[in-house]
Each structure stands twice: as structure tokens, then as C-alpha cells.
Design a protein around this ligand. Structure first.
Ligand code: ATP
Ligand code: MG
Length: 355
């Protein structure tokens, strides 16, 4: 058996910075991808556990899914850079996300005993919807629809950057993991995922894009209430809970949740996939509600929220004393007054127009 360090020596490709987490399927590292003349790019490196890679069917599904997702380049999706193999050890290099997972955000709110403001929850869910809409309708290089389904939309796989952007990770990997899981007999390894499955997924029926919409509904419910929607541990009971038991109304659990958000939530959580909205429609409904609020949810607002939530670990990409350079710029315009701001643009435009 080879150690993870083997990968480091290989062509000097990566330098591990720190281990981020060890999960059931892989170990995730913060790493540097190295190039000539001191070139180094920060990446996340997911090294697949050897017992998975030894399963031929699992490996084939994993590689197929990685190939499908390789060209998904979207602001709300964690980008895959490379799928590599060294002496039978498989790894995936991907965009490194500096910031907490939604699991951490939820846990922190529970610790503080403070609800997540509905505007922040709706903003997060709407960004996940955008990521899904992009993937669900993605057309491959050959011009054909790839019918990509995420299958594992859950608070662990949704990350927030300290700059206030939302990123969905791990597209399609669940297909390999749940179809041929060599360690499925160990229920602990399925934990945390099965509670976000749609009725059709938990019944092992065919799933399509609409299954992901249900999962966003389950995540949004938890963001708003800080309680999981489905909590049964025994799979047989969980199947009952997910497929037919009446759902607790979010407004009974948290009366302050707006009616419009409850409606979006109930539509996403329809047991019949045909009755659910598309990811695009769900995202738009959330956006419409967000835009009508007095304080509109933006990356700036999420950034402020995260800064207050994680004072010890908050570490944005820029150190400007303001939340983003864009808000600095807006503030600058405001300070000089609108008229001055316009004159600045007119002067700039005049310079470009007549060199
Ligand atoms: N691209 C990334 N950038 C930074 N950290 C990451 C990245 N991907 C994953 N992580 C971190 O590594 C942890 C483990 O990720 P991993 O995908 O192995 O397990 P998981 O998300 O908890 O479960 P799942 O098997 O459902 O994906 C995440 O919770 C997150 O903290
Ligand atoms: Mg993950």
C-alpha cells in the first residue's frame, strides 16, 4: 500500500499544506500545485481511499462522473482542475475554497442559539439553484445534453467563501459511492447524506435533476430552522419519513419564516417529482423574494454575516478594512456625492473617447 506522500514526490506536482478532513471516501488536503520558476497555485486535493479505488465498478463510475463534471465552470460550482492517478492512488485537484461549509454555518448558529436570517438562507439556496440549473442543462463539447445530476446536495457539500460567495462541491460523486459502495454495510458512512435524499433516491429508483431540487428544499428547511427536516436513523424508518409521512410546516417550527419562502420550500419538497419546480424556477422565486426585501442579500451581506459569525477564523481574500473592493468603490462615490461621481465617469469617458 502506498502512502499519500507518494503523490508529493510524483513529478513534484503537489505540496501538501495541511489535512483539511478525512471522510468516508477520501482525505481532503489543502495543497499547492507546483510549476516552473516557483509557480504555485493553491488547490484542494481529494485523495481517494485505496479500498474504493480497488473496486473496479466504483472506480469506473467515479471516473465517468469526474469526466462529465470536468467542464462545469460556473461561479457557484467548485471547479475540478484535474483527475490524476499515481500507482493506483486516485486524486482530484479542485478549486480551494477558503471558508466554512454550510454544516459549519448551521452548527455555529446553533451554538449561538440564533436563527439564520431568512434573507441569508434564501440567498444561499438561490445560489445553489443557479449551480444546479447550470449543471442540469449543461451541454457537452459534442453538443449533447449531459443530464448531470448532483445526487449529494447537502450542507457538507455547499461551501461559503469568506468573500460571501456560495460554491457547490462534489458533482455526481455520489453516483459512484451509492451505486457500488464497498463499505455500505457500515451505516455510519452513509450518515449525513441519506437525510438529504429525495423519495425516489432513497427508494433507489431512477433520479434526475428534480431529485436535486428536493435536496435543496431539505437544506433550505435546515438553514431556516437549524433542525434537520428528516432525522430517523434507521433506514426503513427514514424511508417512511421521506416518502409519505406528513412534513412539519416550517412556519409551525419557526413562525417568523415568511409565507413566500414557505411556499417555495413546499414546492421543492413535493414527493412527486413532476410537481417540483426546476432549479431555475426555484432560484428565481427566491431571488424575487430577496429583491423585495428592505436589505437585499448580496455577497457583501453574507461576508458581513460570516465575519460576525466566525470572528476567530474569518479570513477574506483581500485585507481592505472594507468588505469588498466593490463596496469600497461604491462608498467612495457616495462620499464624494453623486454629482461628483458622475463627473468622474464623464471625465474618464471623455479621455477614452478622445485620446
Ligand atoms: N474544494 C474544497 N476546498 C476546501 N475545502 C474542501 C473542499 N472540498 C472539501 N473540503 C473540506 O473537506 C471536507 C470533507 O470533504 P468530503 O467531500 O471528503 O466529505 P463530505 O463533503 O463531508 O462528504 P461527501 O462524501 O458527502 O462529499 C469538507 O467538509 C470541507 O470542509
Ligand atoms: Mg464533499
Amino acid at each position: 500500500m502506498h502512502t499519500d506522500e507518494h503523490i508529493l514526490e510524483y513529478a513534484g506536482a503537489f505540496r501538501l499544506v495541511r489535512k483539511i478532513a478525512q471522510g468516508g471516501m477520501a482525505t481532503v488536503y489543502e495543497a499547492e500545485q507546483l510549476g516552473p520558476a516557483g509557480f504555485a497555485k493553491r488547490v484542494a486535493l481529494k485523495v481517494i481511499h485505496p479500498h474504493y479505488a480497488k473496486e473496479k465498478t466504483w472506480l469506473q463510475l467515479f471516473i465517468d462522473e469526474a469526466k462529465l463534471s470536468a467542464n462545469l465552470v460556473h461561479g457557484n460550482i467548485v471547479q475540478i482542475y484535474q483527475l490524476g492517478e499515481v500507482e493506483g492512488q486516485y486524486y482530484m485537484a479542485m478549486e480551494y475554497i477558503k471558508g466554512p461549509t454550510l454544516r459549519m454555518v448551521i452548527e455555529r448558529h446553533r451554538e449561538l442559539d440564533r436563527l439564520i436570517p431568512p434573507a441569508i438562507a434564501a440567498y444561499i439556496a438561490s445560489r445553489v439553484c443557479r449551480a444546479l440549473d447550470f449543471a442540469h442543462n449543461f451541454v457537452g463539447p459534442g453538443g449533447n445534453r449531459l443530464d448531470i445530476v448532483h445526487r449529494d446536495v447537502s450542507p457538507n457539500n455547499i461551501m461559503a467563501t469568506w468573500d460571501g460567495h456560495i460554491k457547490l462541491a462534489d458533482f455526481g460523486i455520489a453516483k459512484a459511492t451509492t451505486s457500488t459502495d464497498p463499505v455500505a454495510k457500515s451505516p455510519a458512512l452513509m450518515m449525513g447524506k441519506k437525510h438529504y435524499m429525495s423519495p425516489e433516491q432513497i427508494l433507489a429508483l431512477d433520479v434526475d435533476a428534480r431529485s436535486d431540487v428536493f435536496a435543496v428544499g431539505v437544506v433550505l428547511y435546515e438553514l431556516l430552522s437549524l433542525e434537520p427536516l428528516f432525522y430517523e436513523d434507521a433506514t426503513e424508518l427514514l424511508i417512511d419519513e421521506v416518502t409519505w409521512r406528513p412534513l412539519r410546516s416550517i412556519r409551525e417550527v419557526v413562525p417568523s419564516v415568511p409565507k413566500a419562502i414557505e411556499e417555495v420550500l413546499m414546492a421543492a419538497l413535493e414527493r412527486d417529482p413532476a410537481k417540483r419546480p426546476t432549479a431555475a424556477a426555484m432560484g428565481k422565486a427566491l431571488d424575487r423574494w430577496c429583491e423585495a426585501q428592505a436589505i437585499v442579500a448580496t455577497p457583501d451581506r453574507l461576508q458581513e454575516h460570516l465575519a460576525a459569525l466566525f470572528p476567530a477564523t474569518y479570513q477574506p481574500s483581500t485585507i481592505s478594512g472594507e468588505f469588498t473592493r466593490f463596496s469600497n468603490f461604491q462608498r467612495g462615490l457616495r462620499r464624494r456625492g453623486d454629482a461628483n461621481g458622475r463627473r468622474f465617469w464623464q471625465r474618464l469617458f471623455a479621455r477614452i473617447a478622445s485620446p
